[in-house]
Write a protein that binds this ligand. Sequence first.
Ligand SMILES: Nc1ncnc2c1ncn2[C@@H]1O[C@H](COP(=O)(O)OP(=O)(O)OP(=O)(O)O)[C@@H](O)[C@H]1O
Length: 605
Amino acid sequence: MSKSLLWDNLDYQLQPWIRTAVDVMGFDEMTPVQASTIPLFARNKDVVVDSITGSGKTVSFVIPILEKIIIEEANSSKLKKGHFHSLIISPTRELAKQIQSVIESFLTHYPEDLYPIKSQLIVGTNTNTVRDNVSEFLDNRPQILVGTPGRIFEFLKSSGIKSKSCSMVILDEADRLLDVSFLKDIENIMQILPKQRRTGLFSATINSAGSNIFKIGLRNPVKVTVNSKILAPVTLSLNYAITEPEKKFQLFLSVLNNYKFKKCIAYFPTCISVQYYYSFIQHLVEKKIVNEDLQIFSLHGKLQTSSRMKTLETFTETLSNAVLITTDVAARGIDIPDVDLVIQLDPPTDADIFLHRCGRTGRANKIGKAITFLNKGREEDYVSFMEVKNVKLELIELDVQGIPEDFNKIFMDWILEDRARFDHALRSYVAYIRHYSNHSASSIFRFQSFDFVGLCRMYGLFRMPRMPEITKNFKDDVENPKVFSNGWLIDPPIDLDLFKYSDSKQEKKRLAELKAIKDVHDKKRLKFLLKKKNESWSNKTETKESKLERRAKMEIKRKAIEAELAKNDSENSDEEIEDWKQVVLQRKKKQKSSASGMQGSFDDL
Ligand SMILES: Nc1ncnc2c1ncn2[C@@H]1O[C@H](COP(=O)(O)OP(=O)(O)OP(=O)(O)O)[C@@H](O)[C@H]1O
């Protein structure tokens, strides 16, 4: 045990009940980040903390907050109604909830005869409004608030909420909170809070925040960097496996069946792919193709908050043989005991997220393994790309051991039971293509060398959809022996007219549409109807209102451009007028292509 990490070696004495709490929690010594950060907060410094995943950053801000509240209470500066002492902001509700439970687990050791210390969660859920947050706050008078940016901003603006006593603010996963999606809310929150406050920023990838760190009014911050050369815990082994897309999902199942693990988190690229594969895996468990002992959970951003929280809770409480299929909603900060395996079906679009995902295992000196699947061909370059970033990945050989040879047929039979599954597969496929085109390392993740047929098979599609990305980059049927005419991947093709929805209402609607189309003999009208029908899963979600809104906006834009043209007509040369016309044309073209850009369809479906 290193002497400098002993709790009693801090340059001030911890409150006795906090000392008891760390003992009971089994924290024999401080982690390095705690040993550096706790004394800095005690000396009223602002801190920017960069320390690897699972290194105990949460406790390094929870203890100082609790200590400060007690010291200030002891100085009889009790908070008045509507005031609070500390604010902790996190990018996700799950993480906010987790931080609050760390606070609560400390508070179970707080002496009952002292003035009560309380915390409150300020996050949006499907059942509570910001008003509910406010009335709970005014009734309970908690000193510590933990929440997500949007809801906290709304909360702070509400009448009755007084921010001027807030003396500590923590941004956990600060680089995420300071990226474009949250920055505005964070800046707005900081403007409401008093300038005289202590601020702490924490992350395992804080450097990605760049100069945005200085947008939130830090005062002479001290940077705490623990082991700058190590980007991942030494107990975490980082592996990659090369696979063809067609075999990727089978490889994943084979790992689940054959690897010994307590808990596994598997990252899928999109919410819809989590939903889709989750239902297929249920079927595979029933068919005993996936180990029956495994308990499979799914978590993604499209689920309601209460069900997200519940899933996470149950997964946390399950002792072993548990698999969580999820998206990046569970990539950062989530601390679940005994996760010893992380699988990434695809590398994340943002390289920083790679470390956060892998870091769900190998935490607090426990052994963990993370395996990332890379598509054969171009994606192997990801290994050297990560090496430049100081992240070394080791190759691991995997095979589809134990997965039935007729797996593709089993997949297809499952889809054929219900046409809705085919729609789901198609939507997942399209979402994947959209996801793939967002990779920050675009020189590695390129469509030019992508195995579109393999991807179709991975999603169980037996026919290739038409999408601009595919038509642009895919060598056609003649050149590709795996594809039969009209994009079919099976021979003979199936009769799509006989492919039914299991939901009777949906099926009735389909049959009515089919009849309407068959009754049309006018070719032009038929083409129009087919086009409209094809939009069903991609575009029809757009409401009539939003279409009208968009049309109105386009009208305003068009008028502005025309006005500009007219102005230029009178003032400029013919050449400049021509340039302007080109701009208008290009703009229109761009709008057209982005509107149709991410659709997939079958002309005759
Ligand atoms: N002093 C300690 N000794 C042993 N374990 C500790 C100590 N402090 C915290 N832990 C445990 O370490 C684990 C990781 O802590 P925490 O979630 O705070 O990590 P983190 O650095 O915030 O990670 P991430 O960057 O992934 O959010 C938790 O399970 C926590 O209980």
